[in-house]
Design a protein around this ligand. Sequence first.
Ligand SMILES: O=C(O)C1=C[C@@H](OP(=O)(O)O)[C@@H](O)[C@H](O)C1
Ligand SMILES: C=C(OP(=O)(O)O)C(=O)O
Length: 428
Amino acid sequence: MSDLWPAPRPTDPVDRVVSLPGSKSLTNRALVLAAIADGPSVVRRPLRSRDTLLMAAALTSLGTGIDDIGSGDWAVAPAAWDRDADVDCGLAGTVMRFVPPVVGLADATVRFDGDPHMRLRPVGQMLTALGALGVRVDDGGRGALPFAVRGTGSVPGGTVTIDASASSQFVSALLLAGARYDQGVDVRHVGKPVPSLPHIEMTVQMLRQHGVDVDDGDANRWSVAPGPVRAVDHDIEPDLSNAAPFLALAAATGGRVTVTDWPAATTQPGDELREILTLMGCEVNLVDGDLTVTGPPRLSGVDLDLHDVGELTPAVAALCALADSPSHLRGVAHIRGHETDRITALAAELGRLGADVTEREDGLTIRPATLHGGTFRTYSDHRMAHAGVILGLAVDDVLVEDVATTAKTFPDFASAWSRAVHGPGATS
Ligand SMILES: O=C(O)C1=C[C@@H](OP(=O)(O)O)[C@@H](O)[C@H](O)C1
Ligand SMILES: C=C(OP(=O)(O)O)C(=O)O
């Protein structure tokens, strides 16, 4: 496949049913919790993509057993962690942030590094907090990759204050490991508001499923009592953030797309797509686990604070560029620290195809304009690729750079996308 992928453009409004791979966020939490649990367990229908395979590799390099048991499920067997290891974080925030706190429980030195851009993604505040909880971290004073965690087999834990305004994953990471620390953890956030709060709720909910006592009754404070993490099997929901381009296919073409197995209740931020697409003029119906979106003749622009659901910004911004009234996307300064600086990247790439975009510190203003074909750069960011293919639905000759970068959270996305756009017989 060429590095520049011609984005498929439908000739007629589509009518499709799509089944999506599992959630990255749920899979990587399930793996970490299974690895520190008090017995073996099964992760059913896990996502198998770059981010989750990196997580599985990190945990197995420590000594955890993770085995295929047919139908794509993983059996996870916790084991004593007593060997030194090297962990490749790739570009996975969940690996760089969730693994160091559990390595404090290992009797081993574990070195972490990742893709070149990963060295620029924020982690320093979390490493400092880990140090305050009694975990030795050597980062050469950089507050970034590469760093080493020197585990001693146990962690004192206790109360810690952290500025988690750069990433909710700092809090999730400390909570996931916290029950296994001698005093548990009491995490207090100070600073600008923590983004992506649904992802912290996801962490708290999963900890409770594992029998862990979590107090999240006060704003900006999460307290995890010390105790065992019970072994629990997990059924992984489909990745609702990765539903964004497929639902956008209906929205942008005036067609209809049904995503199967949509959970009735979920902590995944992608569930917010139902509200966002309704505001843009789509008809949205959730019936018996099937979410059906029907696109309008013309999309409306939206004024949205995406602070809680920042990972949806690239797909939403692409749809806004196809709308016939202005949009304001706000509250997402933190996505400058994602796989790329997504605000600058979206302004540059939507603009390159003719969109009228103003970049602001915490978001984008997008006004109606006539778009044209060209190269859409993706900066190794799976969700930038999603934005590119969405534009390609409505604009001739859009070439998406490195569509394979979608493998971070979606195996073989290009094939799935071609089938969704052109029908089951299509090839990428
Ligand atoms: O905990 C998680 O699984 C995630 C939390 C969010 O991170 P930020 O809080 O850094 O935005 C989200 O954007 C990311 O895709 C996944
Ligand atoms: C921000 C994201 O990923 P990560 O888990 O690497 O932070 C994302 O998937 O949009």
